[in-house]
Design a protein around this ligand. Sequence first.
Ligand SMILES: Nc1nc2c(ncn2[C@@H]2O[C@H](COP(=O)(O)OP(=O)(O)O)[C@@H](O)[C@H]2O)c(=O)[nH]1
Ligand SMILES: [Mg+2]
Length: 464
Amino acid sequence: MDIKQEDTICAISTPVGEGGIGLVKISGSGASAIARKLFQPSLATFPLESHRLHYGRICDPASNQTVDEVLLSYMAAPRTYTREDVVEVNCHSGYAVLNRILDLVLQAGARLAEPGEFTRRAFLNGRLDLSQAEAVIDLIRSQSEQSLLHANRVLQGGLSRQVQAWRECILSLQAELEAAIDFCEDLEDEPADFLSMLQNLQEDLLHPLKEVLDHYEDGRILREGFTIVLVGRPNVGKSSLLNALLKKNRAIVTPFPGTTRDVVEDSFILSGILVRVLDTAGIRRRPDAIESMGIERTFQSMEEADLVLWLIDASQPLTEEDDAVFGKIASERCVMLLNKVDLLQKVLVRQVQERFGGSAPILSLSVLNPHDVDKLRDFLTETCLRNPLAMGHSTIIPNLRHKSCLEQALAALCRTRDLLQKGVYGELASIELGIARHQLESILGWVQDDEVLDRIFSQFCIGK
Ligand SMILES: Nc1nc2c(ncn2[C@@H]2O[C@H](COP(=O)(O)OP(=O)(O)O)[C@@H](O)[C@H]2O)c(=O)[nH]1
Ligand SMILES: [Mg+2]
């Protein structure tokens, strides 16, 4: 993207729609001159005092007509979000008001900000590093307490400090290695002893990086939530379970098989983590045309899910339809629920085990019994929602970009280890260390790549 850093930019920073307060934000060297053209303070005088709210009116300079009564703040660089001069107009949030003010600001010399351009400037002007800038998006998108907590940790520099510490380790290894190489040249033909370096490499870099990468999946769940899909033959109680988990009547429940034909989706919060639940059409042998489309969707949902909850009706003998469900299940992500145990049982856990075997856990319950549903919730919390924050993993990888940089750094460090173990390839090992360091620097945005920046900031909304 070809965007000029020296332009003064503006945008409506609040969501469109009617509301109490709307915000028009202006950043750049022209901000205070624009305020002077449009703002008539009631008490303050120009130049406006910095980092204060000033009460007054925004007027059209051409007609001197009042557009809105506002609170305007002027914040002089560098103590601002973008590290540039910033003016914020707090006006009423109405479509016409906000657009009229934005229009006047544009006429007064600003241009419309690109998505994420305010944060991009904060990054380019050194207020945030790249992982912190990305955490701003994560913070805005957070839907659960735990994802918010995680985004805030990254925003406050938790991850950056860790990455910088790893980088420091690499730097000191590089220095040690250079010294060792010089020393070896003096000794000639003597293989170098890289033992202590190898030990540091293992303890300070290889081990912690591997561990953090191993927990990537937990971090994804923390941010994006955990997806559960409910499957089973018709009438086993899937929709009843959806309603019980959500504690509301979301899906229609009837005693007639084939009631749910489409995927019904909703979410709830479990131990601070967002859980999406998909209730699906029952899998059966001779579905009508609409049902078979529904069943096709059931199969698709099973592929997306983090966990499949497979319901079996304990009050009815097992059927070929249960076999059909079994045929579609990848057992490592499945928990079997033997439902309706409040009725006379025709199927026992042992029989389910004999017929379907495998390693999937089997729980007996009645989804109509709130106590049983609570037990299921506890089970899910303990076994599936391994909350990495609660487990004390302080470094969680925020996104795929970080993950791929860390993987490449780790690969280069593994090659370094192999070279050092051979004892004769000091120079090559030093190059590999350089590659690893470069990857860590990319995480922080020290290596500037416009394409990467465009990709990151295009995910933002305009006005942030
Ligand atoms: N007795 C009893 N009935 C249940 C239980 N779970 C569901 N049902 C009933 O089974 C029927 C089918 O339930 P539903 O949730 O629509 O099943 P689905 O087709 O799998 O979505 C309804 O009449 C429910 O009230 C249970 O644990 N015990
Ligand atoms: Mg249903």
